[in-house]
Design a protein around this ligand. Structure first.
Ligand code: GAR
Length: 188
């Protein structure tokens, strides 16, 4: 049984998708042993509703040290599922190959510091892009620069609002995130 620790900052719909696909067997032989948030958010409530241990560690420069202290010893994979703090270089190096993130664009486009959530979709819309998508990648010290595990694109129509783009991207995320997690777990 593989043990996942999931980090969240927002609504946690990707966390929910992970829980649902563990349940359905798309992600095999795994469990979420801990959910950690860096702020009050609905993701914590989802963990609570699912009966999963959950902790709030306030965002700030000590976040990674505090996280390291409470990580279960048997943690196999750390999953950033809509998590908005930047991990320290030490933490990224310590967990190299065992920490993944989902990003709401076709990286390397629209990545890096400041590019998260609706900022990404607004920038994509303003640039007049005809496609966007989502990327699951390994986390390394360079923000959104780690090796891509899975990426999938979706078309943007001229009349799509940034909110409509966000919804399309979420649907792509729900498809690729379980697949990417399963792919990484098979190699751990
Ligand atoms: C997702 O779209 C995810 O890609 C994005 O936040 C959203 C969280 O949604 N992550 C980032 O922007 C990280 N740079 P959720 O809380 O419903 O899963």
């Amino acid at each position: 049984m593989k043990n996942l620790v999931v980090l969240v900052s927002g609504s946690g719909s990707n966390l929910q998708r992970i829980l649902d696909t563990i349940q359905s067997g798309e992600i095999k032989d795994a469990q979420v042993s801990l959910v950690v948030a860096d702020r009050e958010c609905y993701g914590l409530e989802r963990a609570n509703n699912a009966g999963i241990e959950h902790k709030l560690i306030k965002r700030g420069k000590d976040f990674c040290n505090q996280l390291e202290e409470i990580l279960p010893e048997n943690t196999d994979l750390i999953v950033l599922a809509g998590f908005l703090s930047v991990m320290t270089e030490d933490f990224c190096n310590h967990w190299a190959g065992k920490i993944v993130n989902i990003h709401p664009s076709l990286l390397p486009k629209y990545g890096g510091k400041g590019m998260w959530g609706m900022h990404v979709h607004n920038a994509v819309k303003n640039a007049g892009e005809t496609t966007t998508g989502a990327t699951v990648h390994f986390v390394t010290p360079g923000v959104d620069e780690g090796e891509v595990i899975l990426q999938q694109e979706t078309a943007i129509h001229a009349d799509d609002t940034p909110e409509a783009i966000a919804e399309k991207v979420h649907q792509i995320e729900y498809q690729i995130f379980p697949k990417a997690i399963q792919k990484v777990l098979e190699k751990i």
